[in-house]
Design a protein around this ligand. Sequence first.
Ligand SMILES: Nc1ncnc2c1ncn2[C@@H]1O[C@H](COP(=O)(O)OP(=O)(O)O)[C@@H](O)[C@H]1O
Ligand SMILES: [Mg+2]
Length: 326
Amino acid sequence: PNSSTSSSAIKIVVPSEINDMAVLIGPVPLFNWFPLNLIISMILISMFLISLGVYALIFPLERKLQLIQVGVNEVSKGNLDIQVQVIGQDEIARLSATFNAMTSHIKRLIESQRELTRAVSHELRTPVARIRFAVDMLADTDDEDSRFMQRDYIDEDIESLNGLIDEILTYAKLEEGSPKLDLEPVNLRELLQQIERETNALGKPIKIVTNLPNAKVTAIADRRYLHRVIQNLAGNALRYAETTIIISAGVKKGNAFVSVEDDGHGIPEADREKVFIPFSRLDDSRTRASGGYGLGLSIVSRIAFWFNGSMKVDESRDLGGARFVM
Ligand SMILES: Nc1ncnc2c1ncn2[C@@H]1O[C@H](COP(=O)(O)OP(=O)(O)O)[C@@H](O)[C@H]1O
Ligand SMILES: [Mg+2]
């Protein structure tokens, strides 16, 4: 048999038994299911429909992305007040919301940095101005006693500058990024006894009461930083207490805590967040006598942060003054 097909017909030629004759079947036209033209136009139409659909999907996305693009441009120009509009609830909307959160976070950081720089320069200026004044006085007087007195003032101010720089560096180290923590089990009873000894050695006319935990109670912490926290809080309490402070430590619901309370005037509820802000002081304690720079509690709360702990202040139930708990 021998057959041939052209594009649309079939023809079959078969040799027959009758001499020199052949059987020819066909040509039978084939039904053409997919004429070329139809295929091409169908492809074109479906491509058109697909692009229409894709466009309908893309267009709103495109518009939302454009809004974000405008926001990013503004931020790169330095304008951090920009907030992009959050439309709908899709991925792009989430991106816009994240973008907004990010810019306001950056803005807050920059503002606090600015505030810090301003406060630092103010704090540095005060003792420097006093030193300059004392030096002038020194040059002006021949009186031996007065000269010694001025020299002592200068000494005191240099000492205070030194202390301030130490505090600022400590604060900056804690603020910047994760400080190196030597986490180890710290025996809270021993630590409290040590603090009690050191605080008593300051010789202040204040009674120091300790609530010592069981001898086996330990906290996983960096010993030096934990010591610093309690020492700082105790230092403040000593300054504000009338007669008594209580230092406690222990474990509650699996979490270790330390607390320091006093019988001073306490901290009004409205100011309880403020005291942890660097350089913030409630009373005007910018005198030599009280000595603080308002960095102590900021350092303490940063340490609490790195310990994955929390720092809060309320009113002492037993003494009526402030109670700080980490
Ligand atoms: N025990 C306390 N009782 C009352 N006020 C306190 C107490 N501890 C801290 N404060 C307030 O919080 C402020 C910030 O404390 P802190 O950061 O330690 O700074 P500083 O001790 O250098 O003043 C203090 O200036 C004071 O106004
Ligand atoms: Mg202090």
